[in-house]
Design a protein around this ligand. Structure first.
Ligand code: C2E
Ligand code: MG
Ligand code: MG
Length: 650
């Protein structure tokens, strides 16, 4: 690296480089192929910055720009990563490579096992993260960094672990005990040994605090959001910090609201970035209209907005505000040629007199959102103790892991009734977990935890195997199994399904896989490919919870579905609406138009069932037709029905 630099040293009259940074360009599995080196020059000089070795990561661009502006001081450390490639005849061992990277400017290096749990941490870890390595080893980045990782960053890591893919540009913000906010960038690559066996991950962490500060200082990130003209995250945090510094008068009750558009990323991917931008502008405008003049509104992330109300006593007007926000955001949005509906969650945090840290206030409003999501409430107020949530999640994960190992999970089967024949034709497998201390825990609570930790992959495999085994006891019933998006991203999913079918001797035509709309929008091409492979094995695919997301007609046509499951919220709404028939009729017609079977979920009454029958719905599932029950009980129900129908025929 030294020689590379001297080869491009600036002419004598140019300012001297004041700081150098460089990194080797490495191919995974070994061999260095070059180096990326850059330098900044002292203030007062002309353009500065020597760059040797390519390619230059886009993350370096602003740094080079800083150098060109002639600013003195430390500039940057970044990493140019070559695409993961397995190489034979590696020039360097894994350890040597890590050494190289460590010396080239990374804060610390790390390795993790196949589940993303850390196995190796180099020296700089404790200093950077303010945590002893012993505490961190055996845990995942998501567990260690928690709220320091924004939701998209957590998702990037979870998807990378499930898909054995590299990840980069994952930024984490840390508030160590010295109170000095710090930012880290995590970069990880899958690790392959013995000619291609996947063995986990390895990567580096780069301290980008200076970059973040420099970006702010030099206006790389303005305080305003370009798209909406509102304050951006930096602007919001500054304003909040200033507000906290000023202290609180006795008669004031400042309240912070975070408004999070549900699954905004899906909107972007389903309708395109331009439509997504359009929606964001409209959301911003609606929030602005709902806010008072003394409120501050900002946009702190993709679909996440900030509203600070400085005086909120008595508390009722805030609830009035959240109601107005919800109502306003529930109105349809116009994107070219379509009318789109979104939903949102709102988190509230009442700022206390001794609050000093704006990030903590923001995080508390976000924690309230998570709690609201979990409890099925669109608005939630942060309350003391919710910080414990993260710890509770961790315990939940440990207990779930143990429950899987000790085979303490069970499946319940809920029958699906064919309306034309009046026969049970299928059953959905639903996971049941009886926790030794807490009793029944709903899958809506533990599946998201399992998704975040990657535990969902072994969990789904267990469900699949058990459902195949049970299917032998369920007569002719077709068995449906729920999948998570993470399952479809896992590279050996199709092979695992194939193996399970073979080992349990299950007829693939008896098995149906249920996926939700979120999956469709994740990575369309790859998802279609996986679903086609499953179809070729002879399995059926059902789209679950239709009507809760954004799957437009175009999406439905692209995917090889056999069945559309109409979400229970539609069935519930249909009972209250004067247009009950019309709503159900149009969804059923849509399914039939696409050649799909229509199945209504959450049918709880005779009236609902009759309405669905009148509108031509094929199947119903719900408490009215049958509660979820153990496989052997399900078998009894089917046998009794068969006997009843046989006696009717006679
Ligand atoms: P889902 O796939 O839409 O399953 C239907 C849910 O509705 C089940 O809740 C079921 O018990 C409930 N339900 C059935 N009939 C009625 C009714 O008439 N009224 C009402 N109010 N509810 C009814 P459950 O078992 O709590 O499961 C919730 C969700 O958890 C499932 O929604 C599914 O998304 C997920 N889940 C369950 N088991 C698994 C699994 O093995 N793997 C994965 N990935 N997800 C699962
Ligand atoms: Mg389902
Ligand atoms: Mg469903």
């Amino acid at each position: 690296m030294e020689s590379a630099l001297s080869a491009s040293a600036p002419p004598a009259r140019e300012p001297r480089p004041i700081r150098l940074a460089g990194l080797p360009l490495a191919l995974m599995g070994g061999g260095l192929v070059g180096a990326c080196v850059w330098a900044g020059y002292a203030a007062g000089g002309g353009p500065g910055g020597a760059l040797v070795g390519l390619p230059v990561s886009p993350l370096l661009a602003p740094l080079v720009a800083i150098a060109i502006s002639g600013l003195a001081g430390f500039l940057a450390i970044g990493l140019c990563w070559h695409r993961a490639r397995r190489m034979s005849g590696a020039a360097l061992s894994a350890e040597e490579l890590l050494e190289e990277i460590a010396h080239a400017g990374a804060e610390f290096v790390w390795e993790a096992d196949a589940a993303g749990r850390l196995t190796v941490l180099s020296d700089g870890f404790e200093r950077s993260v303010d945590m002893p390595p012993e505490t961190a080893l055996g845990r995942t980045w998501i567990e260690i960094l928690g709220h320091g990782l924004a939701d998209p960053a957590q998702r990037t890591i979870a998807m990378a672990v499930a898909g054995r893919r590299s990840f980069r540009d994952v930024e984490a913000s840390l508030v160590p005990s010295d109170g000095q906010g710090r930012a880290l960038r995590l970069i990880g690559q899958p690790k392959f040994v013995d000619g291609g066996t996947f063995a986990g991950f390895r990567g580096v962490a780069v301290d980008i605090s200076d970059i973040v500060k420099a970006r702010e200082r030099l206006g790389f990130v303005d305080r305003h959001d370009e798209l909406t003209g509102l304050l951006n995250r930096v602007g919001c945090m500054r304003l909040l910090a200033a507000r906290l510094r000023r202290g609180r008068r006795r008669d004031e009750q400042p309240v912070l609201l975070v408004i999070d558009i549900d699954r905004f990323r899906d909107v972007n991917e389903a309708f395109g970035a331009a439509a997504g931008d359009n929606v964001i502008r409209q959301v911003a405008e609606r929030i602005r209209v709902c806010a008072r003049e003394s409120d501050t509104v900002g946009r702190i992330g993709g679909g996440e907005f900030f509203l600070l109300r400085p005086h909120a006593l008595p508390f009722d007007p805030v609830l009035d505000l959240t109601r107005r926000l919800e109502r306003s955001l529930a109105e349809p949005f116009s994107v070219p040629e379509e009318s789109l509906r979104i939903s949102c969650h709102i988190g509230l945090y009442e700022i206390a007199a001794d609050d000093r840290d704006p990030e903590i206030c923001l995080r508390r409003a976000q924690v309230a959102i998570s709690r609201g999501r979990r409890d099925g409430r669109s608005t939630h107020l942060f309350m003391d103790g919710m910080d414990l949530e993260a710890r509770t999640m961790r315990r939940l994960e440990e207990d779930l892991r143990e429950a899987i190992d000790e085979n303490r999970l069970a499946l319940a089967y809920q029958p699906q009734l064919a309306l034309r024949s009046g026969r049970f034709v299928g059953a959905e497998a639903l996971l049941r977990w009886h926790h030794h201390d807490h009793g029944f825990i709903s899958p809506t609570r533990f599946i998201p935890v399992a998704e975040r930790t990657g535990l969902v992959v072994p969990l789904s495999r267990w469900v699949l195997r058990q459902a195949c085994v049970d299917s032998r006891r369920l007569g002719d019933l077709r068995v449906s199994v729920n999948l998570s998006p993470i399952d479809l991203a896992s590279p050996d999913f199709v092979a695992a399904v194939q193996e399970t079918l073979a080992q349990t001797g299950t007829d693939p035509g008896r098995l149906e896989l249920e996926i939700t709309e979120g999956v469709l929008i994740e990575d369309t091409e790859a998802t279609v490919d996986v679903l086609m492979q499953l179809k070729r094995l002879g399995l059926r695919i059902a789209l679950d919870d239709f009507g809760t997301g954004y799957a437009g007609l175009g999406y439905l046509q692209m995917f090889p579905f056999d069945k559309l499951k109409i979400d229970q919220s539609i069935i519930r709404r249909s009972g209250r609406s004067r247009h009950a028939g019309a709503i159900v009729r149009s969804v059923v017609a849509l399914a039939h138009e696409l050649g799909l079977e229509a199945c209504a979920e959450g049918v709880e009454s005779r009236e609902q069932l009759e309405l669905l029958r009148d509108e031509g719905c094929d199947l119903v599932q719900g408490f009215y037709a049958g509660q979820p029950m153990p496989a052997n009980q399900m078998r009894g129900v089917v046998d009794r029905q068969t006997a009843l129908l046989a006696s009717d025929d006679a």
